[in-house]
Design a protein around this ligand. Structure first.
Ligand code: HGY
Ligand code: MN
Ligand code: MN
Length: 414
């Protein structure tokens, strides 16, 4: 195997691209608000496509808006080695969640061009639509359709809080592409910030991701009875917001009951009608659990169902509890994980094995191709926050390890 441990990337060029992309949907606090299928997402996609075409890559779009930028290999009939992530962000997201993986992959392509590297397999960058799941749930829907976890029609029918359909919005921004969703992939690698504190706390440059933890996402509607805040006696109320408050406490208690790895969160809570002198008649809220062991997720699920029923009985509320997203813990491919580890060692970067707390498109790609992830530290472990930040040297290290792993699987021929 050709020695390609000395390939350095152009860290300044990568950083410039990251900062340029961050201007699209940039927020006053220095973050990014580039929600999926918005005009800002369209602008980000178009900027990325321009860069890919300037690097001589051929861009294609599939029926879920997934973007693929292809660099030919010696044998065009072989399935590509793919690397990528997502350009969509949370509403108060950062500059690097997802974007580092897409633009790090572009930097790998640019460096391969600089060094005139030829590979046996084609190499492709992927930008997966709607990884975040903020505007449209479930998350990772487009890599999920690519991996056969959902149908395209299911995805097209998803609606956001304003009732806008995924399929219509994809068409509106001009990225409902002609390519079929799903194709053979030789191997997939995703570079991503850790979004947690472990690597920085331990002063480690590279996370060799062995697993993605499992997740369960819920939507819950509590229904009571709107009535006058001043003239309704306490004993005669059906206060949906009181119920929601107890559910928030329940969800937190369920997470705390499975230390040290379980996490539980209520992220959205919308009372109706939202008038200060009306007892809320209904509340919409979301809950989510995560853990590396599916049996623990099952126990948390049961505790939620029992707890919500008990709370509603006590107050006299109706409830509709829906599981909207669920996947079991994902082990990544040992061969690809070893390639990542070899990349860190070849470049002399400190590294440790780590389980991903966040979900990623790689968790679905692992169903259809040998897959692994590379983590970089992030400042104070902060992500899904406008203060999200990384050091340029971390971006360099992650991108060089990505390049090493991709070239190992794509096989250098010249
Ligand atoms: O929620 C997640 O883990 C990812 O950011 N979609
Ligand atoms: Mn992400
Ligand atoms: Mn995210």
């Amino acid at each position: 195997m050709a020695n390609h441990s000395n390939f350095r990337v152009d860290a300044a060029r990568l950083w410039d691209s990251l900062m340029e992309m961050a201007k699209i949907g940039g927020t006053p606090k220095g973050g990014c608000n580039r929600l999926t299928l918005t005009d800002l997402d369209k602008q980000g996609r178009e900027l990325f496509i321009g860069w890919c075409e300037a690097a001589g890559l051929t861009v294609s779009v599939d029926g879920m808006g997934n973007l693929f930028a292809r660099r030919p290999g010696q044998d065009g009939n072989l399935p590509p080695v793919m690397m990528g992530s997502h350009l969509d962000t949370q509403p108060t997201g950062g500059k690097f969640d997802g974007v580092l993986g897409v633009l790090g992959a572009l930097e790998v392509m640019r460096t391969m061009n600089d060094l005139n590297i030829k590979t046996r397999h084609p190499v492709e960058i992927a930008n997966w639509t709607n990884e975040e799941g903020s505007r449209y749930a479930p998350a990772m829907i487009a890599s999920g359709v690519f991996a056969g976890a959902y149908t395209k029609d299911f995805a097209y029918a998803m609606t956001d809080r304003d009732g806008l359909r995924f399929g219509d919005e994809l068409e509106r921004i001009g990225f409902k592409g002609p390519e079929p969703v799903g194709k053979p992939v030789h191997a997939f690698f995703e570079l991503h910030i850790e979004q947690g504190p472990i690597l920085e706390d331990e002063n480690i440059e590279i996370g060799v991701v062995t697993h993605g933890q499992g997740q369960r996402w819920y939507e819950l509607t509590l229904t009571g009875f709107e009535s006058h805040a001043g003239s309704t006696p306490m004993a005669r109320r059906k206060d949906a917001l009181l119920g929601a408050a107890r559910v928030v406490e329940l969800v937190n208690r369920i997470g705390l009951a499975h230390p040290p790895l379980a996490v539980s969160t209520v992220g959205m809570l919308t009372p109706y009608p939202g008038s200060r002198n009306v007892i809320p008649g209904s509340v919409f809220l979301t809950a989510e659990f995560r853990h590396p062991d599916d049996a623990v997720l099952e126990t948390m699920n049961a505790a939620l169902i029992e707890g919500v029923a008990r709370i509603c009985d006590a107050i006299g509320l109706e409830h509709d509890l829906k599981l909207v997203f669920s996947y079991a813990p994902v082990p990544f491919d040992p061969g690809c994980v070893a390639a990542v580890r070899r990349g860190a060692e070849a470049h002399g970067y400190s590294h440790r094995d780590i389980v991903s707390g966040a979900g990623h498109d790689a968790c679905y790609l692992a169903r259809v191709a040998p897959t692994a992830m590379i983590f970089t530290p992030c400042v104070d472990g902060v992500s899904h926050n406008e203060a999200e930040d990384i050091k340029p040297e971390w971006a360099r290290a992650g991108t060089e390890v990505l390049m090493h792993a991709v070239l190992e699987k794509a096989e250098i021929v010249a």
